[in-house]
Design a protein around this ligand. Sequence first.
Ligand code: OAD
Length: 234
Amino acid sequence: MSKKLKLVVSTGAGISAESGIKTFRDADGLWENYNVMEVASHDGYLRNPELIHKFYNDRRADLGKAEPNAAHRILKDLEKYYDVYVITQNVDDLHERAGSSNITHLHGELTKVRAVDDESKVFKIGYDVRTTPETVIEGHKVRPHIVFFQEAVPMIEPATELVAEADIFVIIGTSLAVYPAAGLLNYVRRGVPVYYIDPAPSRVPAGVTVIRKTATEGMAELQRILLAGIADKQ
Ligand code: OAD
């Protein structure tokens, strides 16, 4: 059998919208009700860590009630035919729960916290634990394992390497507003097909095939396109 092609997929909040997780910048998104610089920036964390802990405790509890949707599941199913690599800006664990094998989290993970004094010490806490700035785990005060604005994005380098090796690149449900994640597209090799699934893309980069549908409908359509491509080659 010939070698599988490398399908690299960059996902944003839109892929989890149909699981009931709010996006950030849509009309009813999280940033309508919260000040992003208060709850998601390094300065905000230094100013009011209680608020930051509460914000992520609430997000974590919401996530515990959510389930992966058909878009997450199709990405897992495509592993039968492609080497699939998911790069996600999402801090939820819905790709993991759908069974995807290769997942890179650019902005951290809600179900984890890490030691304030040693960022290499990461603790999985699940959905129901509510932390405060005083919470101590294994002798360490902890903070959400989230990349705040004004902080470095340590996983961006491995992510760009994956994108540079992609045979097909897919973007799903992101406004392409936040860098460096939005810049991943620039690492795609010339001639590589790029698809962008989003019902209301705020901008469409040149050379990209847009599927103007929700993640579940758009992934069903993309699955048909990709599987037809494989059938053609056999
Ligand atoms: P945004 O909220 O900026 O964008 C969500 C995108 O999803 C928009 O383009 C919507 O049109 C699209 N969308 C909405 N419903 C959809 C559906 N059912 N199916 C598919 N797409 C849908 O979210 P992100 O681009 O992911 O970072 O935001 C990037 C980063 O900004 C987040 O990771 C977060 C935030 O601040 C941090 O907090 C560090």
